[in-house]
Design a protein around this ligand. Structure first.
Ligand code: NAD
Ligand code: TYD
Length: 343
């Protein structure tokens, strides 16, 4: 029986990963340690509240007392998704990025090493490689050159992971994925922000000239890639994950407006992001060649499905925008007289 500890499992990618694992491995058991920051949303896990295979623990990866108990019974692997994840927030205030992404990762590594965890996956990002010009793509050998405080905090965590492998022989693996999209993404990131603004006939704020390029992958393809690394990845290695689907932001904005039947006059060019990386692109040849993984979801189809999801889930968006989702757990468990702090 597969036993996993997932951190950050109430966020966008972590919650999809938990669903993916429980669907693919019906016998699996997943402990989910999440601090429930503004980005942690238990509504992302709706339907699993009463599933005995999933245990939610509210806790901070920086806190050894919170992170150690889920490891006590022994786990097959730890997958660290927990992070502050939004570049714009890291520009305004970077302290939490250093705390969670660097200090939190160090705390987890130390705990897992002591508990002799046999497999540890660090969910990193292509942003650690910095910005690309035209033509080439990031490989696992591209030097780290992070440009935002977010990217620098993720690169710092990656270096710690590397050092634990080299120094302690700790069986850690790093994955670096390109930009994810899909249902349940917090509407501060480009695609869900533009979808929800377009739905409400609000302006779509395009930074700078809008010709910044991102390489988009559907979140379920990312989850399948993480599963492939979990099963067959080699300790000490880095795996780049991407789906070869590059689009300028302006093109993404236009597609969303077209799909929602809105006019392009909603596009609003706004001041650029400081230190804005011009282009990201992943070369996923190692994932494809060594682990036999392939992305399956074409951007056209995934974007349409994502738009449909946001259209069909107005309560999710309304709760997120009003902050009401933060009380979801208490509402779910009211009938049983329990609150989050009782867990
Ligand atoms: P997210 O912001 O949606 O979710 C992050 C989750 O981590 C939230 O549930 C939050 O409550 C939790 N968290 C934050 N600080 C914590 C702490 N100190 N202790 C415990 N939990 C904490 O992020 P996401 O988009 O799902 O990204 C997940 C991971 O994947 C991150 O590590 C991110 O760097 C990486 N990543 C994201 C993308 C992307 O496009 N979103 C791409 C590549 C890699
Ligand atoms: P984002 O979703 O924040 O992801 P990242 O910065 O991690 O790649 O942004 C994706 C791209 O969209 C990036 O080039 C910045 C741009 N962007 C806008 O033009 N307007 C916006 O309102 C946002 C949030 C992003």
């Amino acid at each position: 029986m597969l036993k996993l500890l997932v951190t950050g499992g109430a966020g966008f990618i972590g919650s999809h990963f938990i669903r993916y694992i429980l669907e693919r491995y019906p016998e699996a058991r997943v402990a989910n340690l999440d601090k429930l920051t503004y980005a942690g949303n238990l509504e992302n896990l709706s339907g699993l509240e009463r599933d005995p295979r999933h245990t939610f623990i509210q806790g901070d990866i920086c806190d050894a007392d919170a992170a150690a108990p889920p490891l006590d019974g022994g786990v097959d692997a730890v997958i660290n998704f927990a992070a502050e994840s939004h570049v714009d927030r890291s520009i305004l205030e970077s302290g939490e990025f250093i705390r969670t992404n660097v200090v939190g990762t160090h705390n987890l590594l130390e705990l897992c090493r002591r508990k002799k965890v046999r497999r540890y996956l660090q969910i990193s990002t292509d942003e650690v490689y910095g910005s690309l010009g035209d033509g080439n793509a990031f490989t696992e050998d591209t030097p780290l050159a992070p440009n935002s405080p977010y990217a620098a905090s993720k690169a710092s965590a990656d270096l710690l992971v590397r050092s634990y492998f080299r120094t302690h022989g700790f069986p850690a693996i790093i994955t670096r994925c390109s930009n994810n999209y899909g249902p349940n993404q917090f509407p501060e990131k480009l695609i869900p922000l533009f979808i929800s603004n377009a739905m409400n006939a609000m302006p779509l704020p395009v930074y700078g000239d809008g010709l910044y390029v991102r390489d988009w992958i559907h979140v379920r393809d990312h989850c399948a890639a993480i599963d492939a690394v979990l099963r067959n990845g080699k300790a000490g290695e880095v795996y780049n994950i991407g789906a070869r689907q590059e689009y300028p932001n302006l093109e993404v904005a236009r597609r969303i407006l077209k799909e929602l039947g809105r006019d392009e006059s909603l596009i609003a060019f706004v001041e650029d992001r400081p230190g804005h990386d011009r282009r990201y692109a992943i070369d996923p040849a190692k994932m494809e060649g060594r682990l036999g993984w392939r992305p399956r979801i074409a951007f056209e189809d995934g974007l349409r499905e994502t738009i449909d999801w946001y259209r069909s889930n107005p309560e999710w968006v309304a709760h997120v925008r009003s902050g009401e989702y933060l009380t979801y757990y208490d509402r779910m468990y009211e009938d049983r007289g329990r609150t989050l702090s009782d867990r």
